[in-house]
Write a protein that binds this ligand. Structure first.
Ligand code: SF4
Length: 88
């Protein structure tokens, strides 16, 4: 575990619209899967290691339900880190 800045989703504000998912999934490659998904009508960060800190999800959220927090988390996946360097 390392300290990382990752998203935090306010479930009171989240309507489960899913607008945050495409930018996350587009970047994370279909064979890996996205860091975000919808569970019980709320967005969830399910894979810390696939979050590459681009914050594209934050810009898409119409409810301003996504913010950034620093917390202990898995290190970013090596394959995601290499892809981020290749496609800044
Ligand atoms: S875009 Fe915002 S409101 Fe919509 S599912 Fe994602 S976090 Fe929830």
């Amino acid at each position: 575990m390392v300290k990382r800045k990752l998203i935090r989703i306010d479930e009171e504000k989240c309507t489960g619209c899913g607008r945050c998912l495409p930018p996350c999934g587009d970047y994370s490659f279909s064979f890996i899967g996205a860091a975000l998904t919808i569970i019980n009508g709320k967005a969830k960060l399910i894979h810390d290691k696939y979050c590459n800190n681009l914050w594209t999800c934050i810009r898409e959220c119409p409810q301003e339900a996504i913010s950034i927090e620093e917390r202990d988390a898995e290190e970013i996946s090596l394959i995601i880190r290499e892809a981020s360097i290749a496609n800044p």
